[in-house]
Design a protein around this ligand. Structure first.
Ligand SMILES: NC(=O)c1ccc[n+]([C@@H]2O[C@H](COP(=O)([O-])OP(=O)(O)OC[C@H]3O[C@@H](n4cnc5c(N)ncnc54)[C@H](OP(=O)(O)O)[C@@H]3O)[C@@H](O)[C@H]2O)c1
Length: 215
């Protein structure tokens, strides 16, 4: 897809990867609309990007998530693509994770992105794209609920890709490696991990833009 002039909704724009990608898209001439939870970071980024449209939301309010695509289509007078970079880490042996915590992680990492793309699918332009950041689903001890939430999203994206193929809408499952964003140091459940070196988030944001270009 040609980035210049594309109308793109970035959900999770207040996070490290979402924010860097929103900036990279805007630098290449995309018209962006931003959605994020933290109102201060959201307002600051929207101002940096020329007072672009911005809307706050909470991942656990799935109807709010579903409403984001139609909102972006309205404020941008069309919608060529949606990128969802919402997510949270969560750690703990299976027996130590409460059902409530597991449900919360599944909601933020899977049900929220699904709800966003469910709302966006009918309004995104033919030949557009719908992208969600999933990530590592390796079976390491202490990551069962995190890996399950990302695997659920990946499976759902695979089916959506087939459903939208007749309209040539590209459905992208973007799986970065571990990144230096500090995400694993602020987990939703369990104890923060000792910081481990990861890939450069800016390089990953640029790779994400390349992936959209190729879509
Ligand atoms: N960092 C890694 O090593 C890594 C590796 C593979 C995949 N990923 C995935 O990449 C994506 C971006 O992660 P990141 O590293 O950039 O982490 P990040 O900086 O922590 O960004 C996470 C984003 O999710 C949003 N979010 C979390 N809980 C939310 C909630 N309840 N309601 C609304 N928004 C919520 C955050 O909003 P606020 O900031 O406004 O609270 C933020 O915009 C995530 O899907 C993550 O799982 C990360």
């Amino acid at each position: 897809m040609e980035i210049s002039g594309a109308r793109v909704l970035v959900v999770g724009a207040t996070g490290v990867l979402g924010g860097l990608t929103a900036c990279a898209l805007a630098e290449r001439g995309a018209e962006v609309a931003l959605a994020g939870r933290n109102p201060v970071r959201l307002a600051a980024l929207a101002q940096d990007l020329g007072d672009c449209p911005a809307r706050s939301f909470e991942a656990c309010d799935l109807d709010q998530c579903t409403a984001l695509g139609p909102w972006a289509q309205r404020v941008l007078s069309g919608l060529d693509g949606v990128l969802v970079a919402v997510g949270a880490a969560g750690f703990g042996a299976v027996e130590d994770v409460s059902n409530a915590a597991a449900g919360h992680l599944l909601t933020v990492n899977a049900l929220c992105p699904m709800a966003v793309l469910r709302g966006a699918a009918p309004v995104v332009a033919d030949k557009g794209f719908l992208l969600a950041v999933t990530g590592d689903q390796a079976e390491r001890p202490g990551t069962a609920d995190y890996a399950a939430s990302k695997a659920a999203l990946s499976g759902w994206l695979g089916v959506l890709a087939g459903e939208l193929a007749p309209r040539s809408v590209a459905v992208v499952d973007f799986r970065p490696p571990h990144l230096d964003t500090g995400c694993t140091e602020r987990p939703l459940i369990g104890r923060p991990l000792t910081p481990q070196p990861g890939a450069d988030p800016l390089d990953t944001a640029l790779a994400l833009v390349e992936r959209i270009t190729a879509a």
